[in-house]
Design a protein around this ligand. Structure first.
Ligand code: ADP
Length: 254
């Protein structure tokens, strides 16, 4: 079943040159897809068009059959509860505890007043602990987030995304700030989430080898255009070179 459909998507910032050009693809429920491409290719912009963190300039994006660009405030809020997002720099509130940060993922379901007073149900709190346990960081629940390592903070970010009950998780360079060990732990968790919970995962990655190891399918972006879309094992060296040019040697070694 198609969960995400991107039709002739184009994006420019402030009328400048287009950073996305005529982008087309569909992603099915439960797929694990990686978007690769050099810095500036438009990977982050593409993810941000999907949940409308940036406005779409041309074309349409459908999530679960609904056109994201046409949504008014209320439906956009509902849409965003269905889309979890994981960031390179985690985007946690450093002075708040781990459990508080995870519960922030429920804000989309709250009225403004409930949100202001941080009212969460027992069931939500139980779920938050369950997720922390699943990600192996339940022992840190009451620590401030800024006392955790990068890898642990990213696990909090994953819990915050999962507590939303999302249909899709967008990950923007989730391991770019992590060492190889922590990167492996995070990628393993993302893969498990897709397999065990059936959540679709769309992951921007800088490292081709990691994309090839984890993703079922890879979309290659170059200067805002799709230049490869296929199974990971079909992304051969010549294609990698055409996506990255001379940069690829340093990029494929993780
Ligand atoms: P990637 O994630 O592949 O590195 P980005 O989507 O971050 O690529 O950036 C694509 C292009 O869009 C770059 O040239 C970048 O400078 C530009 N860009 C990204 N965000 C903005 C913004 N908010 N305003 C203006 N230009 C932007």
């Amino acid at each position: 079943m198609t969960l995400l459909e991107v039709n002739n998507l184009g994006k420019h910032y402030n009328g400048d040159t287009k950073v996305l050009k005529n982008v087309n693809f569909e992603i099915g429920s439960g797929e694990f897809v990686s978007i690769i491409g050099p810095s500036g290719a438009g990977k982050s912009t593409l993810l941000r068009c999907i949940n409308r963190m940036v406005e779409i300039s041309e074309g349409r994006v459908f999530v679960d059959g609904q056109s994201v660009g046409d949504m008014k405030k209320k439906s956009l809020r509902t849409l965003r509860t269905n889309i979890g997002m994981i960031f390179q720099h985690y985007n946690l509130v450093p002075r708040l505890t781990v459990i508080e940060n995870v519960l922030h993922g429920r804000f989309g379901y709250k009225t403004n007043l409930q949100g202001i007073f941080g009212r969460f149900t027992e069931k939500e709190k139980e779920k938050a602990f369950e997720l922390l346990d699943r990600l192996g960081i339940a022992d840190h629940a009451y620590k401030r987030c800024d006392q955790l390592s990068g890898g642990q903070q990213q696990r909090v970010g994953i819990c915050r995304a999962l507590i939303q009950d999302p249909k899709i998780i967008l990950c923007d360079e989730p391991i770019a700030s992590l060492d190889p060990n922590s990167s492996k732990i995070i990628m393993d968790y993302l893969k498990r989430i897709t397999n065990e919970l059936g959540i679709t995962c769309l992951v921007n990655l800088h490292q081709v080898e990691v994309a090839k190891e984890y993703a079922d399918r890879i979309i290659g972006l170059k200067s805002g255009e799709i230049v490869f879309d296929g199974p990971s094992n079909m992304l051969y060296q010549d294609k990698i070179e055409s996506i990255y040019g001379f940069q690829q040697r340093e990029l494929i070694t993780v």
